[in-house]
Design a protein around this ligand. Structure first.
Ligand code: SAM
Length: 543
């Protein structure tokens, strides 16, 4: 069917429920723009997205009319105007959608944190530092055994309640309450809620979508990223969960992240460079971390060799990639009075990007992650029972940067404390440990080890679901402003070519068979032929 025919069909569907063509046309034009011309998403469910968008638009128009303001100009019926870069950062952070499963703890925490956010003082590349006095209502850290959270993962370190920031397999799941068995409830929810046939009426729409906001649907970042990120639920009524979108990490309270020019030596930057370091005749100091060769190609992709090395290190780490500590806290946790010898901790490969002390410009080819998301992404409700997921709307070549994992920077102790306050009813968890450089720092105490928690504040990466072994994303640690690797950025790159509309997935490195772990892992619905969740496979075999 030609585009013209598709438009005629769409207009006749909306006309049949009384929506005038001239009013729906600009909405359709905007949806096509947002979905990158993907008609499938508009046609599905008898043009439900289009009808929803129309009613949302109408509601917003009425609201604005009441307030005496104009929502948009006539040429742009759905105004998606975003602030220019930089404008957003000193504003209150945007809140998304509404959660159908709120917890008291979460609500309390949100208001506490919101109180602090208004007085954000300084914003430094990648990290917004908030004065701790604004967060004085947040519960102080209780005395916790330093190793209470730490668990062994074969030859790797992980912390309980956290996703391993490594593609290696862990011998223990790193799960918290939301990692509990949720698949079945999701599936039953989906199958009952997707029965809508025919375009919906305004009343139906109002009842169902009270909390939807057209603006959120078009861009869940609310202008915080360079690109808009839309979200859709093609299966039911559930709205996107409530969280505050932040494009850069924010320190929660006690995390020791020291960013200073003085700490960056001349050897650790390229102050004499200019323009684009990738074009210079010899690699500058910033390529030293990656063996004298930049990790990126001039097209902005990760170099194949570097990517393959990272992937194979994760799957089958060699002895030289492992750090063995003398008094391993992980082994000590298992058997305090007679600990076994350390099994080794993976020393991961880092990318090092140029930064503010370097002489090159922002368009330098060695500044990919810090420039932020540039591909077209969409958050969608998955069919398999995993909740929300992330997909790409464009084909992505192997080695493409997708996004960084962004959240609040917490110490492991703070995360433990936060987890203790959870109700246990949360469906999903969003913490990641920054433990890629275990070896060089020696054994870290829990109030030194850093984590990222995207539960309340995070970016689009919080929607990336797990897939066992053959996920299409790999997480790679990236040094930007802190040469010591205690704090770093965690960036996702495609590990192979990914086609438009494919879900983007990441191997959380969970061991689903670990019966001893105090918290049950979620039942894996990844659908991979290499799925490690044997219980799930067993269930499927029986049915
Ligand atoms: C980082 S969140 C991912 C986004 C989440 N699906 C959502 O709706 O917000 C991690 C949570 O997603 C769910 N999840 C991720 N991968 C899954 C999988 N393969 N099977 C089942 N649930 C999964 C689990 O509940 C997990 O705690």
């Amino acid at each position: 069917m030609s585009s013209k025919e598709k438009i005629v069909k769409a207009l006749s569907a909306t006309r049949s429920i009384g929506i005038p063509d001239d009013q729906v046309k600009p909405i359709l034009r905007d949806l096509l723009k947002t979905y990158d011309g993907n008609w499938k998403l508009i046609e599905e469910d008898n043009y439900r997205t289009l009808v929803d968008a129309y009613f949302e638009h109408k509601e917003n128009e009425e609201l604005e009319g009441k307030r005496g303001g104009l929502l948009h100009d006539q040429n742009s019926p759905i105004s998606l105007k975003r602030p220019r870069e930089g404008e957003q950062q000193n504003q209150a952070l945007p809140t998304i959608g509404s959660s159908s499963h709120k917890s008291v703890v979460r609500e309390d925490k949100m208001s506490e944190v919101n109180a602090g956010q208004e007085t954000t003082k300084s914003i430094q590349h990648g990290i917004v530092i908030r004065p701790s006095e604004n967060l004085s209502s947040v519960k102080p850290i209780s005395a916790i055994h330093p190793d209470k959270n730490a668990f062994t993962n074969g030859n790797m370190e992980c912390n309980s309640y956290q996703i391993c920031s490594s593609s290696s397999q862990c011998a223990r799941p790193l799960s918290t309450a939301p990692f509990q068995d949720q698949c079945s409830s999701y599936i039953s929810k989906c199958s009952t809620s997707s029965e809508h046939v025919g375009p919906i009426t305004r009343d139906q729409h109002n009842k169902r979508n009270k909390s939807h906001s057209l603006y959120n649907m078009y861009d869940l970042t609310k202008g915080a990223e360079k690109v808009k990120i839309s979200w859709v639920n093609e299966l039911g009524n559930e709205s996107i969960p409530k969280f505050n979108y932040i494009p850069n990490n924010i320190i929660f309270q006690n995390a020791n992240v020291s960013i200073s020019m003085a700490r960056i030596s001349e050897d650790e930057c390229c102050s004499s460079c200019s323009g684009d370091c990738l074009l210079s005749s010899y690699p500058c100091a910033c390529a030293r971390e990656t063996g004298g060769d930049f990790a990126y190609t001039q097209e902005g992709l990760l170099k194949e060799e570097f990517l393959n090395q990272c992937m194979s290190m994760g799957c089958e780490p060699k002895k030289e990639h492992l750090f063995y500590c003398e008094d391993c806290p992980i082994e000590r946790l298992k058997n305090d009075w007679k600990p076994e010898r350390c099994k080794g901790h993976l020393l991961r490969k880092f990318i090092k990007e140029c930064w503010s002390k370097c002489g090159c410009d922002m368009q330098c080819g060695n500044r990919v992650v810090q420039r932020g998301i540039s591909c077209k992404l969409q958050v969608f409700f998955t069919r398999e029972g995993k909740g929300w997921g992330l997909r790409t709307l464009n084909n992505l070549p192997k080695g493409s940067f997708v996004c960084e994992y962004v959240g609040e920077v917490l110490t492991n102790t703070e995360l433990y404390d936060r987890n203790m306050q959870r109700t246990g009813n949360e469906r999903h968890t969003y913490p990641v440990t920054l433990d890629a450089d275990w070896g060089s720092e020696g054994v870290l105490e829990d109030d030194e080890l850093l984590c990222l928690d995207a539960t309340y504040y995070g970016n689009v990466a919080r929607f990336i679901n797990h897939r066992c072994s053959d996920a299409n994303l790999i997480d790679i640690p990236v040094e930007v402003e802190t040469p010591d690797h205690h704090y770093y950025h965690l960036a996702f790159f495609t590990s192979r070519e990914v086609k438009a509309l494919e879900e983007l997935t990441w191997d959380y490195a969970i061991d689903f068979d670990d019966e001893d772990h105090p918290v049950k892992a979620f039942e894996c619905c990844c659908g991979s032929g290499f799925c490690r969740d044997s219980k799930k496979k067993h269930k499927e075999a029986l049915s």
